[in-house]
Design a protein around this ligand. Structure first.
Ligand code: NAG
Ligand code: NAG
Ligand code: NAG
Ligand code: NAG
Length: 398
């Protein structure tokens, strides 16, 4: 019960205090616009001026923020906007800079200041807030997907700060928000686990609590910083050789070409072809001036046999980016087709000789048979002759 009463009392007091604040209004008079001029405070329904004793940027900020005019550019003394009239209400006001209203600042009571309207205080506000500065904390501007990008957003004059936001060009909602304590003039904004769509131009803004009742006022955007996200796709590769070579092989002495290809290109990129063979690895590279680049091998030898891999490599922003290696492409080097080999030729020659010999034998046999064949001859003899030929033929066939 007691606790409840205390809360009620606190709330009531708060309302009363705020009510008193709302009653005391501030305005800037005789300046170029509502954000510059002589400071006047409404006190007991009368506008009165403020004495310039110890009047500096801290007091001026409070006035500018209270008016929703950003931060103070200058605090002016000696009735810079001409002398006012009426009462000089606040004779020696001292703010810490965090107050939401000039009437909430402390007043030095027994000040011996002698104030006339020649000492009326004035203020020039920025109108909008000061522009923050975005810097890149990461040591480079080019990134791989999955990396984090660290920015820092800072503003020279920090008061009433609420939060900082990191914006990407063309996106209206902030990508990163960082709360700030009252006067934190710099925060780190980290974009983590970036993807390719994060590539672009970034800027930051901060917000301050301003005016009465307090609302959030957003600063103008900072300078912008471009970041690049490099995602290298795994290249494709294939080979071409003479049509008579069986799949997966190249005939020794013939030419063959391996083509590496990627759909994504960056200036200065190159393809690297790696051959893994039984006794080691051989690398060669060619600039990727076109999306597909061909490595030519004019005279295939056993040393060209092995597994070929392709990768894409590029140097950007002082960093080297390398794609994954393509699937292995096995290439076997075959001896030329045996049809033309000397061994085969000698086989062919002996085969031909054999066939010719057989034919000669048949002809000889036929000729002999025909000589002995006479109309008066016995059938038995003929049969024997035929049988002989048959025997001769079957011997030859064996
Ligand atoms: C950022 O990139 C844009 C185009 O993408 C370009 O117009 C602008 O000049 C770049 N800014 C900086 C600071 O490099
Ligand atoms: C090279 O080989 C690829 C894939 O095997 C094939 O698509 C292409 O037509 C060939 N090119 C030539 C010039 O033979
Ligand atoms: C390989 O490339 C060279 C040079 O571009 C070309 O002359 C040759 O015909 C190509 N070979 C094959 C098998 O495509
Ligand atoms: C690997 O073997 C090839 C021939 O098959 C030869 O030309 C090359 O010099 C050898 N390399 C090494 C490192 O021994």
């Amino acid at each position: 019960m007691l606790r409840f009463l205390r809360i009620l009392l606190t709330v009531l007091l708060g309302v009363l205090w705020d009510g008193a604040d709302a009653f005391a209004r501030v305005s800037l008079v005789d300046g170029d616009d509502k954000c510059s001029g002589r400071v006047e405070v409404l006190h007991h329904n009368e506008w009165s001026t403020v004495c310039d004793r110890d009047w500096d940027l801290r007091e001026a900020h409070v006035v500018c923020l209270e008016l929703g005019c950003g931060l103070a550019e200058s605090a002016l003394r000696g009735s810079a906007f001409g002398p006012g009239r009426g009462e000089i209400w606040l004779r020696h006001v001292q703010c810490s800079g965090h107050e939401s209203s000039l009437t909430r600042c402390g007043v030095v009571l027994y000040s011996n200041s002698h104030c006339t309207h020649e000492n009326d205080a004035g203020v020039k506000c920025s109108g909008t807030l000061l522009t923050p500065t975005l810097t890149l904390l990461s040591p480079h501007t080019v990134f791989s997907p999955g990396e984090a990008v660290r920015f820092s957003c800072s503003v020279l004059l920090g008061q009433h700060l609420s939060d900082y936001h990191l914006y990407k060009d063309g996106v209206s909602t902030p990508l990163v928000t960082q709360r700030a304590d009252h006067s934190q003039i710099s925060v780190e904004l980290t974009l983590s686990d970036i993807e390719t769509f994060h590539q672009g131009s970034y800027s930051c803004r901060y917000r301050i609590k301003s005016g009465f009742p307090a609302e959030l006022l957003s600063s103008p955007p900072s300078n912008s910083i471009n970041i690049t996200v490099v995602e290298l796709l795994t290249p494709q590769h294939w080979y071409n050789t003479s049509t008579e070579a069986p799949a997966g092989s190249v005939i020794k002495g013939h030419n063959f070409n391996i083509t590496c290809s990627t759909s994504q290109q960056y200036p200065g990129g190159s393809f690297q072809l790696r051959l893994i063979r039984s006794n080691g690895t051989v690398r060669q590279s060619l600039p990727a001036l076109t999306p597909s680049v061909t490595f030519t091998f004019p005279n295939a030898q056993t040393s060209n046999e092995g597994y070929y891999y392709c990768l894409y490599r590029v140097q950007l922003g002082g960093r080297i980016f390398v794609s994954r290696e393509s699937q292995p492409l096995p290439i076997a080097i075959r001896d030329p087709d045996p049809v033309l080999s000397p061994v085969m030729i000698s086989w062919l020659v002996s085969g031909l000789t054999f066939v010719v010999a057989v034919i000669i034998l048949i002809i000889v046999a036929k000729v002999l048979c025909n000589k002995e064949k006479k109309p008066s001859e016995l059938e038995r003899e003929t049969r024997t002759c035929v049988e002989n030929t048959y025997v001769a033929l079957s011997v030859n066939k064996l």
